[in-house]
Each structure stands twice: as C-alpha cells, then as structure tokens.
Design a protein around this ligand. Structure first.
Ligand code: GAL
Length: 672
C-alpha cells in the first residue's frame, strides 16, 4: 500500500536544517532566507533551544520575534517544523524551582549552563513545559508556515537517569502499577538474595550508588521506567499539540540505537519518525555502514511510513577528539543514502554556523566562510537542486524479506554486569546488519512479537531476555515455513531477568531442537576452529558451549579440547520451516561464508549484482519502482543493469543495460 506524503502540504523531499535565528540580529535573517531560497530549502526546524528567549518569568512570554521569523519564512516559501522549545529550560526556572534539575546516581546535580538538565519527573518542569507548549501551539496553530511539530530535542541524549526525590517517587508509582503489590516486586526482583526484602514502598529506591552489583531486576526496571518517564513527557506535549492542531503531524528526533530509550514504544506515539545521523568521516570508520543501520532502524520503527533525516552535518562536528571534515561529494552521497533507505527528508544541524557558544566549530549549511565562496554552500545548493528532482520518490517504501530482531529489554538486561562474559548487544546486531547491507539485501529491524509472516529469514542475535509469548511467536513463525537464526546466549532469562532453569535456551529449546548444558566463554584473544561438515574451517571467538542435540542436526562442530566434535552451528527442521542456532560468534568474514550459503538456500537476493561498495536499494510505490545505486568507491564503476531500464531522475536520461557511476556517484532510476 503506498503511503501518504509525510506532510500534507508537500510531496517534495524535505530539505533544510535547524534554524536558530535568535542567535543573530534580525538584519541577518533577510540574508538567511535569500540563501535558503538559493539552496532549495523548503523546511527548517525552528526554536529548538528558544525557551529562555520566549519566556522570561512565570508569566511573561515574548513571541514577537518568533512571529516575525515565521512570517519571513513563509513569505519566502519555507515551511516550519516548529519546536516546542522544551529541550533546555531557562536558568530562571531552575533557580526558582530547583526540582527541575536532574540528579545522578551519586547524588550530584546537573545544573543549567549547558542543556537538557531537567528531571523527567519534576512537577515544575512538567508544569512549565506544558504551559510553554500550550502557548506556542495556540499562537501558531493557524500560521501558514507550520507543517510539523518537533517535540523537545533528542530526549536522553545527555542525561540517562535521574535519582532525585521526584524520580524516586515516580519510580515507586511506576513499580506499583507494574507489580500491584510489594510481594510481587519482592518475587520478581529476587530480594531473598543478599537480604534485600522490602516491607514498605518507602524502602524502594532508584538504583543509586552501592558497594557492588545492584539488584539486576531493579536496574532493568529502572531502565524501563526512565524510558517511560521521558515518553510520558513526550506524550504530554503531543496531547497538547494534537488537541490544538489535530492535523499537524508530530515527531521527535531519535538517535538510532540509543540505549536509554526503547524506541519501539516511542515510535507508536508520534506521527513520523526522524533521526540525527553523525557518522565519523575519518577514513576507515565506515560511516556509510553506521548511517545505514540508523536509517534502517528509523524506517523500521514506523512501518509503512517514510522517515526524515532530521540532522546530519555538512562538513564536521565539534564533539569528537578529532572532527574530520566530510570530503567533497560525500555529504551528497550520505544525503542520498538516507533517501535510498526510505527517507523523505534530508536536514542538517544547522542552517548557519554559530560564532558563539559550544557549537561554534560545528559545520553548517552556511559556514563561517562567505556563503557564496564556500565549497560547502555550493554542495548544499547542488544537493537542494537534485532533491527537487526526486519528488516522485516520496511516499515509496522498501520491502524487506529479512528481519533482524532488536529488543531493548534484552539489550538492557544483557549488558548489566555479572554475566559469564561481556556482551555488546549493538555490535552483535550490527554484525548481521552489516552482512545484509554489504550484500544489498533489504533488512528491517523488528521486535520478537512482530507478525513475521512477510519475512523469509529472521535473525535473533543474542536475545538474552525472552518472554514465553514471544518465544511462541518465533516458534509459530518457523512452523509456518519461516527460517530463523538464533545466536548464543539467547533465551536465558524471562522478563524479570530470572533464569529459566532446566537447560538453556529456555523457551526456545523445542524450537531449536537442542539444549545447552554449560558455557565456555573465551578470552579476548582466544580463537576456536569450527568445521563445516567435513569441509571449510571457520574461526570462532568469544563463546563456546556444550550443545545437546534433540532433533537438530549439527552443521558445524568445534574442533578442539573438551568441545571437540560437539555442535557449534545447528539446523532443526520444524513444521514447514527451519530453526538454526549458532553456539559461538564467528568473525565477520566467516559469518559471511555461512550466511551466503543460508540465503542461497532460502533464495534471498539483492535487486542487482554490483561491484563491491556499491549500495543498491529499491523503493516502491504501487507500480512505481525506484532503483537507487550509490557508489561508495573512490573510483568510477560500471554497473550491468541486466534487463532493467528506466529514467535516471537526477540527469533525466533514459538508461538501458548499463550505467557508469563516477567516484561517490549516485543514480536514481525509475524502472520501466
Ligand atoms: C545533536 C543535537 C543538535 C546539535 C548536534 C551537533 O545531537 O540535536 O542540537 O547539538 O547534535 O552535532
């Protein structure tokens, strides 16, 4: 089903950036809009950090400057993604209402003087944020510039927890709702261990500084609570906005795999997803790969709807030890990659580079150098002109036959301390995503309770925490003909981080046709040889374990020591499908060897076979199909299009049989 355009007023690719006119005299604003028009900007995110300029005390609001900004923009054909301005409370607020300030686990306060210093559970923050949103929404509800709402900014970007009195109270209330009784909490948290039994709710705290390991379920619940507490704030703002402007879509900018926020819950509450992408341009950092994973996550969070790349940089950031500058041409390539992977908007942080404050050395669309003489601005204008040619791509979607399971509860629980070894959830997920990215196989991220019937292959990397109902969902998917690949240390605990005894991996033993008796984690430099049948030897690392087969067949076995001859990789035929299990971690090259064979078996293919480091995606909208080809090589490549032909939209040329792409070149072909 084709999706609707993101914004009612346009079917253009959205193009622009964060605009902070309050940092500049109004004489500069005229020049800004002139340059915006020149660059093809059609959308700016306005007022993100404007609270202090908009409100000087409890009752005094100053909107006139913002009125003038909004009027000027719309007069020049530029729409506004208007911020609710709640991301950085003004100093007067935290001085008069100190409960606004967040407090860390050691009891130290985050003060104003930077940004995002608020406690999510502070009654004063909530009260004044709600008031501000109400005022802004009422004032601009009918303004012709307004096309979207930008709630807050990058929730939990800097502050990942709060342990102040209001947060402690809110945590208790959250637990009361979850468990109903202290008895249920004591049971879930396993408080018989280390004398932690609670007799009264007032004894329960957020996980503050302790001599050694904090109760794991207490920590896990705190992570859940914190994500929910910020989401409550976001919903509070959203409800005000929807009441006053029911037709204006709302978003808040995500940050890809941001551990503190369970974005699956968040995405349900907003109208379209957007994210901020800052891959490191330093050579060797594989920024394209990192960005592709963020695009795929942001797209997957809201199936059936394109996303917006809300922020990226034109040139360089200011917050790494070395802030490498994107080489000429790569900003365009990264921007078109966002579109190729399902984005309908390409925006930057920020429009005009600051000359004061902590971000004055962060690149922008208009840099410190005179705009008209700047390479960056020329590239910005050229990109704006190109995006105008891609309007018909908007609303088209990506169809994936492969899914990788991502679950925040499993992530939080897995990375808590006192485990058999140190796992890194994101890198386990990334190893699989990388394979599909590099092989140009479209891949979605999904939760373990997703209806998986449209996928031919589902991968579950280290799904340490797994609820019974979700395990049943995976089992049913396999029985109906799906293929699943589960990797080691999955299905170990239930939702409360309590172990399922009687053989790992708990609820998945029947699905996988095996059980695991004990683990032999490997040292950092230790390797194990794993042999495929009688053939190829692969290199395994990090983990090994004793697998007992109960129906599954070994595809590969460990070759050394006590585990010699025991299964390292298994396959279980179940109903119409198959469940595979990897009892170790393979290095990336060897994982590819195995996955190549697996996808051949399942008949999963890239849309086109191309030279290495050429990215291929397909966006579809009803009968329209758009083939994106992105050359990440520093040299030209020739691509054999096989039987495909069509109109290349950036050059408006008919293409048949083959196409030549320059270094960092991109083609978007509307297929015949
Ligand atoms: C983002 C943030 C922006 C700006 C940018 C710099 O995290 O939303 O306001 O600070 O980083 O890279």
């Amino acid at each position: 089903m084709p999706s609707k355009p993101l914004l009612a007023k346009t079917s253009q690719i959205l193009y622009g950036g964060d605009y902070n006119p309050e940092q500049w005299p109004e004489s500069v604003w005229e020049e800004d809009v002139r340059l915006m028009r020149r660059a093809g900007v059609n959308l700016v995110s306005l007022g993100i950090f404007s609270w202090a300029k908009l409100q000087s005390d409890e009752n005094t609001f100053t909107f006139e400057w913002l009125d003038r900004g909004m009027d000027l923009l719309v007069k020049n054909g530029i729409w506004v993604d208007l911020a609710t301005a709640t991301a950085s409370p003004p100093p007067w607020l935290s001085v008069r209402y100190p409960d606004v300030l967040a407090i860390d686990a050691d009891g130290r306060t985050y003060y104003h003087g930077s940004r995002q210093h608020y406690s999510p559970s502070s009654p004063s923050y909530r009260k004044f944020a709600a008031l501000l949103v109400e005022k802004i929404a009422s004032r601009y509800a009918k303004h012709p510039a307004l096309v979207a709402w930008h709630i807050n900014n990058e929730y939990a970007c800097h502050v990942h927890n709060c342990h102040g009195p209001a947060s402690t109270e809110a945590f208790r209330a959250w637990l009361q709702k979850r468990y109903g009784s202290l008895e249920a909490l004591n049971n879930a948290w396993g408080t018989a261990f280390w004398s932690q039994h609670y007799y009264d709710w007032s004894e329960v705290f957020t996980p503050r500084k302790t001599p050694t390991f904090v109760n794991p379920c207490q920590q896990l619940d705190f992570q859940r609570f914190f994500s929910d507490a910020l989401l409550e704030l976001c919903k509070m703002e959203r409800d005000i906005l929807r009441r006053i402007t029911p037709d204006i879509p709302v978003t808040t900018n995500f940050m890809s795999f941001l551990k503190p926020l369970n974005y699956w819950d968040w995405a349900k509450e907003i109208d379209f997803t957007s994210w901020d992408s800052y891959p490191d341009p330093l050579p060797g950092q594989r920024g394209d790969l990192v960005a592709s994973m963020g695009h795929d996550l942001t797209r997957s969070l809201k199936p059936g709807r394109p996303f917006v790349l809300m922020e990226q940089c034109t040139s360089h950031v200011n917050w790494r030890p070395v802030n490498a500058t994107k080489p000429p041409g790569s900003m365009r390539l990264y921007s078109l990659q966002a579109v190729a992977r399902g984005g309908d908007g390409v925006l930057f942080f920020q429009w005009r580079q600051s000359i004061r404050g902590a971000e004055k050395f962060h690149g922008a669309m208009v840099q410190h150098a005179p705009a008209e003489k700047s390479r960056v601005f020329q590239e910005v204008c050229a990109l704006g002109a190109e995006l105008k040619k891609l309007g018909q791509v908007t609303g088209s979607l990506i169809r994936s036959r492969v899914a990788v399971i991502v679950d925040w509860h499993a992530w939080w629980a897995l990375e808590m301390p006192s485990k058999p070894t140190e796992f890194n959830y994101q890198s386990s997920v990334a190893q699989f995503h990388r394979y599909f990215y590099e092989n140009n196989i479209a891949v979605d991220f999904v939760t373990p309770d997703t209806n998986l019937s449209s996928y031919a292959l589902v991968v579950a990397p280290t799904l340490y925490l797994l609820q019974e109902k979700d395990a049943q969902n995976l089992d049913a998917y396999v029985r109906k003909g799906g293929a699943i690949l589960v990797t080691c240390f999955s299905g170990i605990v239930d939702r409360d981080d309590n172990v399922l005894p009687g053989g790992y991996p708990g609820y998945l033993t029947k699905t996988l046709g095996l059980w695991v008796e004990e683990w032999f984690p490997l040292g950092l430099d230790e390797k194990r040889i794993v042999q495929f049948g009688k053939g190829k030897k692969l290199s395994a690392r990090k983990w090994s374990e004793v697998v007992h087969l109960e129906g599954a067949k070994a595809l590969a076995t460990f070759q050394e020591g006590y585990l010699k001859g025991r299964a390292a990789l298994t396959r279980n035929s179940l109903g119409k499908g198959e469940a595979l299990y990897l009892a170790t971690e393979l290095n990336t090259k060897d994982l590819s060897y195995f996955l190549d064979a697996l996808i051949r078996d399942i008949d999963i293919k890239a849309p086109l076979s191309v030279p290495t480091k050429v990215e291929v995606t397909l966006r579809e909208n009803g009968k329209k199909r758009f083939l994106f080809l992105l050359n990440h090589n520093k040299k030209p490549v020739r691509i054999d299009l096989k039987k495909n032909s069509g109109l290349e939209l950036l050059t408006h040329k008919k293409i048949k049989r083959q196409i030549q792409l320059p270094a960092l070149g991109v083609a978007v072909i509307e297929l015949d």
